[in-house]
Design a protein around this ligand. Structure first.
Ligand SMILES: *Cc1c(COP(=O)(O)O)cnc(C)c1O
Length: 340
């Protein structure tokens, strides 16, 4: 059997989750008639202290809808150069929103209020109009690192002062909440839009929820329809999300503990260069050169461990619901036996 650490998206529904899905009460959600989708949207909104939610097929869609309802053509989105919305959404900001991007160079993908302040465009017709600031928490390409709350607050202050929308790409927000033992409801006080993924660490098969005010969710629903994301009896999928919110949040600490063991193992190995400090469930480490990184991926694959090449000479391992202590031991042993 393969041990798949390429991403936390690879998990399959547990028996109990499948049971919850099969028992879901459903209806046509495009007609607003699916009670389970409604329940998921309300539940997720309540967790973050937001008014309303919108269930979508992916985190890319929730992010792209958020940007679309916060911008006009020729506006600018301020985000980090490591951000998912910029790197991994197929250039969607340009094609979906006709907006441009202002890239910041944060520490492991985390920028500060000062960085935002400096990036805001002056009122001059040569420049695009700054419209949205988007942060990611945790930062995928930053090795799953978390934002400090005071930075999140300080950035919000700059957004308020300059009339900018504030978006949170919270694909792994629950990892951040668990790692920092944070109160989720206060997020709603600062952000205009929040995107939450159910199919990463939470282990649901499909889905993300966009959170905002009722009025903005009404606009978002129109955009979702145009993007092809209006789903019918989606309650079967929403039921998995509800189950995940009820049962798979606290256990994220197990994923974090296993990621730390992986990092500690790697730190002691001669062929490993730098290991990005582990805060949550992502381990990114570099090797001496590109050739060794590629060789390690192939070697791991031959030993039934799947890892991702992340950039030229970095490797990424992500822990998740389908990765247990026995597998952890196997992976550590396999890593120790690699001879560069
Ligand atoms: C996975 C991820 C998303 C959404 O990805 P989908 O595959 O479209 O669900 C968004 N942001 C970050 C940081 C992610 O890691």
């Amino acid at each position: 059997m393969k041990i798949d650490l390429r991403s936390d998206t690879v998990t399959k529904p547990t028996a109990a989750m499948l049971q919850a899905m099969m028992e879901a009460e459903v209806g046509d959600d495009v007609y607003d008639e699916d009670p389970t989708v409604r329940a998921l949207e309300e539940k997720t909104a309540a967790i973050f202290g937001m008014e309303a939610g919108l269930f979508c097929p992916s985190g890319t869609m929730t992010n792209q809808i958020a940007i679309r309802i916060s911008t006009q053509p020729q506006h600018e989105v301020i985000c980090d150069k490591k951000s998912h919305i910029y790197l991994y959404e197929g250039g969607g900001i340009a094609s979906n929103s006709l907006a441009s991007v202002r890239l910041l160079e944060g520490a492991q993908g985390r920028f500060t209020a000062g960085d935002v302040q400096e990036a805001i465009q002056p009122d001059n017709l040569h420049y695009p109009i700054s419209a949205v600031v988007a942060i990611e928490n945790t930062v995928n390409k930053g090795g799953g690192c978390c934002y400090a709350w005071h930075d999140i607050e300080a950035i919000s202050q700059v957004c308020k002062t300059h009339g900018l929308y504030y978006h949170l790409d919270g694909a792994r927000i629950f990892n951040a909440l668990v790692a920092q033992d944070e109160d989720s409801t206060r997020y709603g006080m600062l952000f205009d839009t929040i995107s939450v993924c159910l199919s990463k660490g939470l282990g649901a098969p499909v889905g993300s929820v966009l959170l905002a005010t009722k009025e903005r969710i009404r606009q978002a629903k129109r955009v979702r329809k145009v993007f092809g994301g209006g789903m019918r009896q989606a309650g079967f999928l929403a039921a998995a999300g509800i189950y995940a919110l009820d049962h798979h949040v606290k256990r994220l600490q197990d994923d974090h503990a296993r990621a730390k063991v992986l990092a500690d193992t790697l730190l002691a190995l001669p062929y490993v260069g730098m290991v990005v400090p582990v805060e949550t469930n992502i381990v990114i480490f570099s090797l001496s050169d590109q050739h060794t990184a590629e060789k390690l991926i192939v070697y791991l694959h031959e030993h039934n461990v799947l890892a991702s090449l992340f950039g030229k000479m970095d490797v990424r391992l992500v822990t998740h619901l389908d990765f247990d202590d026995v597998m952890l031991e196997t992976v550590c042993r396999t890593l120790k036996n690699f001879r560069g």
